[in-house]
Design a protein around this ligand. Structure first.
Ligand SMILES: [Fe+2]
Ligand SMILES: [Fe+2]
Length: 467
């Protein structure tokens, strides 16, 4: 896990004084070229200067690496570097709360169940709209969808990491188009809220720091987006891809690469089919127009591979950029006919690397995205460097509960949870191994987890008592 992002000049200073640096994560330049491998202990300034010459002013340092002084003691540089919240999107200031393990295990199960039921409903409603659009060449029940979008948005607002609680394997992969809409709406609304709060605060702060207002206190009232606008944006996050209903179905299930002509047809779901849907359903607001037509536009100036062609970054307001980012993230982490799902940590860090330090607004969006999605969703299972497996209780930290020994044999007694993010040795998380879902490793689960984390129907199947 990334512990902090440290200025390259500070690191050069440490090495000059006889210290050493190990990043613990691979460091790439903006073109994806590897500049420094994660396991190299740097004791000369040259590799760091090469990084700086490649335009990287800050580098991530993971908990598996560190900065050491000339006597080999670890220096906590992350803390000194924290005042700028945007410099380190992986830093989570919220303290770890969970102490009552059994209560927390039950809570996670409840949230998973609820997330699953709300997602199933949302998918049924989108499916209905897709069928309506296919039959009527564009019309659908706008009220039903807008109602469902507000339910999804308010659920995700009340619960930290909304759908991270519900393993994606519970959803229907054949119906990717429908589950995609539900995920993007739930996660995207939360990213939008976080973005709005952070961005509004930053604007407010800079307004009140103007010389004309010296000595006056900020009112704290400024809001970049207002609640009504956010409601409409959440609706947009649910329907932005509906133009796809008018693309021939066989294109979605094709395993081979699409031909140039097929790609062109698929791309018509935005500006062309999407626009038809806007017209037919009288959805003429600027917000919906921008989201439906531009959600494949550039996140930063001159980003390659975007469409419609010629669209500038200035035509991409923050809510459209959030929509695009969530669209990519959900596509990466969902299993579809032609690709396997990428694990969440790889997807988040990959997106972060591609888009970091490109544009100030995008930087705020990335920060909100990483905070919302979280690297380690509660209810998932991680491997520690020791080979032990641990159940994640809280994303913050993350706070984990070890449940096997290093040979992956279940423990018989319940250990105390601990903050794995603070560990540097064998108890640190092994980020090379992907996170798992409990039912995939059923045989390695000890009884104190089995009894609590599995839904009733699975307990019955495994002959466990139902509470
Ligand atoms: Fe799309
Ligand atoms: Fe999409």
């Amino acid at each position: 896990m990334i512990e902090s992002t440290i200025s390259i000049d500070k690191l050069i200073g440490v090495v000059r004084q006889g210290g050493r640096v190990k990043t613990g994560v691979d460091v790439y330049d903006s073109n994806g070229t590897l500049l420094l491998s994660k396991d190299v202990m740097v004791d000369k300034t040259k590799p760091l200067k090469i990084i700086r010459n490649n335009g990287l002013l800050k580098v991530p340092v993971a908990s598996s690496g560190g900065v050491f002084d000339s006597s080999g003691n670890k220096i906590n540089m992350g803390v000194a570097d924290m005042p700028d919240p945007l410099s380190d999107p992986f830093f989570d200031p919220e303290p770890v709360k969970t102490q009552d393990v059994t209560k927390r295990l039950k809570e996670i199960l409840e949230l998973r169940r609820f997330a699953q039921s709300i997602s199933v409903k949302a998918q049924a409603i989108i499916k209905n709209a897709v069928n309506q659009i296919r039959q009527t060449k564009g019309e659908f029940d706008v009220d039903a969808l807008s109602d469902q979008a507000s339910k999804l948005a308010s659920f995700s607002e009340q619960n930290h990491h909304p759908f991270a609680y519900a393993p994606k394997e519970w959803f229907f992969y054949d119906d990717y188009l429908y589950s995609h809409a539900a995920h993007v709406c739930a996660l995207g609304s939360q990213v939008l809220h976080r973005f709005n709060t952070a961005y509004s605060n930053a604007v407010e702060k800079s307004l009140w720091s103007s010389p004309a207002l010296t000595g006056r206190k900020s009112s704290g009232m400024f809001s970049y987006y207002y609640p009504q606008e956010i409601d409409e944006m959440s609706f947009g996050l649910f329907i932005y891809d509906l133009g796809k209903s008018m693309v021939p179905e066989q294109l979605f299930n094709k395993r081979s690469t699409l031909s140039k002509e097929e790609v062109e047809i698929l791309r018509r779901h935005t500006n062309d089919f999407g626009f038809m849907i806007i017209e037919k359903n009288h959805l003429g607001s600027t917000v919906l127009n921008n989201m439906i037509r531009y959600h494949h536009g550039p996140l930063y100036e001159a980003e390659p591979g975007c469409y419609p062609m010629g669209l500038g970054c200035d035509m991409m307001p923050p809510y459209v950029r959030i929509c695009k980012l969530m669209d990519i993230y959900d596509a990466m982490t969902s299993k579809r006919s032609y690709q396997d799902a990428i694990n969440q940590v790889t997807a988040v860090t990959g997106l972060f690397r591609s888009y970091v330090n490109k544009d100030p607004i995008l930087q705020f969006i990335l920060h909100a995205f990483v905070k919302t999605v979280g690297l380690y969703p509660p209810g998932s299972i991680v491997f520690l460097k020791s080979g032990q497996m641990a159940y994640v209780l809280e994303n913050d930290g993350p706070l984990v509960l070890t449940f096997t020994d290093k040979n992956q044999v279940p423990l018989t007694s319940k250990p105390d949870p601990f903050n794995a993010g603070e560990q540097t040795g064998t108890l640190a998380i092994d980020s090379d191994k992907s996170i798992r879902q409990p039912k995939k490793i059923w045989n390695s689960l000890p009884s104190f987890i089995r009894e609590i984390v599995l839904p009733e129907d699975q307990k019955m199947r495994h002959g466990l008592p139902i509470q």
